[in-house]
Design a protein around this ligand. Structure first.
Ligand SMILES: Nc1nc2c(c(=O)[nH]1)N[C@H]1C(S)=C(S)[C@@H](COP(=O)(O)O)O[C@H]1N2
Ligand SMILES: [Mo]
Length: 455
């Protein structure tokens, strides 16, 4: 194998991931001058997802001092182990946060905060960075005052019940890793608005280990006539009273969960505490937060959230309804829009792939805009309907490049190009954009969000 270590490239994160002047001042206070520059550079790089600390230290010309000197943390007593009682990320990571897109102009409550995909590793989204889409703002609901009702049309449910959170937590739980993606993820790209970073192009997807009870168990517990039910309606307790129709076939598969756990602790309030529906593979809007009601029926319910919105306008002017499956998709998360390749050499190109139909089978990566493709290395074990991490080394020769990733799932579905997608869907869509993303690397090393005419 080639030894790439001597030609290792350096990556600068997206501008917004640099620490602000204020934060830099914080870092500087109480530290010796020569240490500070190295730290600021290194921490800024880490906030952007680039592991270049060694280079950052060298760049200041103080690399040897940093390893030879005994710094304050090597000569003093550290902080008490029980402070703070709930741990937080390092203060040097303060810029890796959720953000509202510059491309969206809505009030803050009824908006969406995007996850900073450019700075994450692996497949689990830290709960504090899970994207947050709330139509009416989020709430921190007292779990002792929260109830979930299961009922049905006619005599579909023999014993309609009202459950407390405690009732549900007493049942046999399962824990499963799944992605949640808003149907409107990458919506700006339909109009080729070219928002600057992967946080805004793809940051409405996140992935957690959810713990809860299969909804099927609750229906059985209520004596539901499982053969007679064809659709269920799920409704949230928040001001938007989000409600959606979900096909009974998904519930019967056992995959739909009434979840209370997220990444080993209770759900975060922003993500639906104390109960949310998890509908693996379906668009985010079906995954009702603050879940308060399940109603069983025989026809789709035609709720406000599937009539007024979440429909796809097709080229012939007709509106397509109930398209809730999230198709196979992937994106390179680093290097990505707004980041800068600081010199020629080897980079680890990394990204995420997912499919609402099941597991990811393969991810191909191109550096020439889709002319030639290389198999990326997939990090296993690959989970069902979950984010999947891919990596591939790449030598940047200093010339213009067009980076793309193309995912293929276990059912054989292949992520389409924009040309292929627009041919079927036309130009009026908002939701369900799973097209191949292109990042242009310019000669300067700047990475930009572009769409190519041919792909
Ligand atoms: N009760 C309720 N559930 C909701 C919403 C909401 O506003 N209220 N937003 C929906 C939408 S559009 C999405 S994309 C997902 C987002 O889940 P998250 O905020 O946990 O990322 O929740 C869905 N469930
Ligand atoms: Mo959404």
């Amino acid at each position: 194998m080639t030894d790439y270590s001597k030609q290792l490239g350096r990556l600068r994160p997206a501008p917004e991931n640099f620490l602000s002047a204020e934060q830099i001042a914080q870092v500087q206070s109480g530290r010796r001058d020569f240490l500070r520059r190295a730290f600021v550079t290194a921490s800024a790089a880490m906030a952007g997802g680039a592991a270049v600390t060694a280079h950052a230290a060298e760049a200041t010309g103080k690399g040897s001092k940093l390893i030879l000197d005994n710094p304050p943390w090597g000569t003093t007593l550290g902080r008490p182990v029980d402070e703070p009682p709930y741990g937080m990320p390092s203060k040097y990571e303060a810029n890796l946060v959720r953000r509202i897109s510059p491309g969206l102009a809505a009030v803050n409550q009824a908006n969406v905060a995007f996850a900073p995909l450019q700075g994450m590793f692996g497949i689990i989204t830290p709960s504090g960075l899970h994207f947050n889409r709330s139509h009416q703002g989020w709430y921190d609901i007292d779990p002792s005052e929260h109830r979930l009702m299961v009922m049905g049309e006619g005599d579909l449910v023999r014993n309609p019940k009202v459950y407390s959170v405690g009732d549900i937590m007493r049942m046999q739980p399962v824990s499963r890793i799944h992605f949640i993606e808003c149907g409107a993820n990458s919506a700006m790209e339909w109009a080729n608005v070219a928002v600057p970073t992967v946080q805004y192009t793809h940051g409405m997807v996140s992935c957690s280990e959810f713990t809860g009870v299969p909804l099927l168990h609750l229906l059985q517990d209520c004596g539901a006539n499982l053969d007679g039910v064809r659709f269920i309606m799920a409704e949230g307790a928040d001001g938007s009273h989000e409600n959606r129709t979900i096909p009974m076939s998904l519930v019967l598969s056992g995959e739909v969960l009434v979840a209370y756990g997220q990444n080993g602790e209770m759900l975060r309030p922003e993500n639906g505490y104390p109960l949310r529906l998890v509908v693996p593979g379906c668009e985010g809007v079906s995954q009702i937060k603050y879940l308060r009601r399940i109603k069983l029926g025989t026809e789709p319910f035609g709720t406000k959230d599937e009539v007024l919105g979440y429909v796809d306008q097709m080229p012939n002017g007709k509106l397509r309804q109930y398209t809730s499956l999230m198709e196979v998709k992937s994106v390179i998360t680093s290097p990505s829009g707004g980041q800068v390749l600081l010199d020629k050499g080897v980079y680890n190109v990394t990204g995420l792939a997912w499919s609402g139909r099941g597991r990811i089978k393969r991810v191909d990566v191109s550096f020439d805009g889709g002319v030639s493709w290389h198999h990326a290395r997939i990090e296993g074990p690959v989970q069902n309907k979950a984010l999947t991490r891919f990596n591939i080394p790449w030598v940047w020769n200093g010339q213009v490049a067009f980076m793309q990733s193309r995912a293929i799932d276990e059912t054989g579905m292949v992520q389409p190009t924009y040309q292929q997608l627009r041919k079927v869907r036309g130009d009026f869509s908002v939701y369900h954009n799973n097209a191949i993303q292109t990042w242009q690397v310019q000669e300067s090393g700047d990475v930009r969000n572009v769409q190519l005419a041919h792909s």
